[in-house]
Design a binder for this molecule. Sequence first.
Ligand code: PMT
Length: 403
Amino acid sequence: MLVGKRILLVIGGGIAAYKSLELIRRLQDRGATVRAILTKAGTEFVTPLSVGSLTGDKVFQELFSLTDENDMGHIELSRDADLMVVAPATADLMAKMANGHSNDLASTALLATDKRVLIAPAMNVRMWLHPATQRNLATLRGDGVSVVGPNDGSMACGEFGPGRMAEVPEIIAAIEAMMANPAVSHPLKGRKVVVTSGPTREAIDPVRYISNHSSGKQGHAIARAAAEAGAEVTLVTGPVAIPDPVGVNVVHVESARDMLAAVEKALPAAIAVFAAAVADWRVADVAGGKIKKGAGGPPSLAFVENPDILATVAGLKAGRPDLVVGFAAETDNVIDNARAKLARKGCDLIVANDVATGTGTFGGDANTVHLVTPDGVETWARQSKDEVARALVARLADRLGKT
Ligand code: PMT
C-alpha cells in the first residue's frame, strides 16, 4: 500500500525518538521512501548518522543552511512528500504547530506543507494532560491534523498514564489508513457517536455497592478512536480510574439507570457502541442508612432487573442510530452466547470477548475479539485495546458509508 509513497518524517526531541528509527525501516519494508527532518532536540536522542544511514539520504536539520536550501528548500522539502509524519511529536512541536511558529526547519516545513500531517505525540503524562497541550491538540485536530496515540503505559520518567508514543505498527496502520483513503482523513466527520464504558455501581446502602471489574479501557479507547476519525463523540462512563479521553464530551454516571438517561440525552447519533459492563440487577430496596452488622446475621438482598440500555436503543422506533453495536462479555461458549445476544438485543453487531479469569480482558491493555453479525463471525488476532478500537471504528465508518 505504501509502494512509491514519499514520507517526510519529523523526529522531535523525546526518548521515543528511538522508535522512529524502527519506523523508518518498517516504512521502507512497505515500499515507502523516507526523508527525515531531525530537530535540534531530536539530536539529543538519535544521531544524524543513524537516521541518515537508515533513510539513505541527507538528514535535514538547519533552516538557514545554505547547502540544504541549495539542495532543496524547506518549501520544496515539505511539498515533495505525500505525507508528513511527526514522531515523536513533543509538547513543544505540537505547540509550535498549533500556533503557526516557524523558527526552525521542522516547524517551518510543517507550516509550509500542503500535504496531510500525522502526529504521534509522546511526552510525560502531566505534560500531555496539561490544558495547554490539550488546547493545542484540539486546535491541531480542527486544522485537520491526524493523531495516533499516545498510549497508556509506564513511562521512561517513571510515571504511568497516557503519553507513550504509539507503537510502530500502530503508526504504520494510521499511515496506511490515510494513504488508502486520501480524500477522507476523517471518515466520521460530521457524525455523532455515543459510546458507553466502564462499570456501573448499584447501591446497597449509602456505603456499599455492587459493581464489576471493568476498567473502562476498551470503551474509552473506542471513544478516542471515534474522535480521531472526526466524529463528535459523547462518552457515557461509569466510575473508572483512567483519564477522560481528549476531544470527547464525557458524561460521568454511577448506576445503570443514570447511564440509560445519559445515553438517551446524547441521542440522536449515527453510531452507538455499548462497551460498558452494566449491572444486570440492582438492589430492590436501597437502605437509607448504613446496614448494621447485627445478631440477625447477614442481610438478604432482593434484586430487580435493570433496564437494558443496548436493547432499549436498538429497539427505538424513531431516532434509532444507523449502527447499534453491543459487546458480549462471556466466560464460556463465547460465540454462541454472543450470537444469542445479537438476536435477543436487536443490535447490528456484537463484539464478543472472553472475560474468564486469567484472560486479562478486564483491566488489561489487550483484547481478543470476535465480530458477530447475522452474516457470520470474524475473529481478530489479539491486539491492544487501542488497536481493537481503531479497527472497529474504521469498520463502522466503512459500514456507515455503505448504508
Ligand atoms: O473496561 P475494560 O476493563 O477495558 O474491559 C472491557 C470489557 C470486558 C468491559 C468490554 O470489552 C465488554 O465486554 N463490555 C461489555 C460488558 C457486558 O456487560 O457485557 P454483557 O454481555 O453483560 O452485556 C451485553 C451488552 O449489553 C453490552 O454491550 C452491555 O453494555 C449491554 N448491556 C448490558 C446490560 C444492561 N442492563 N444494559 C446494557 O446496555
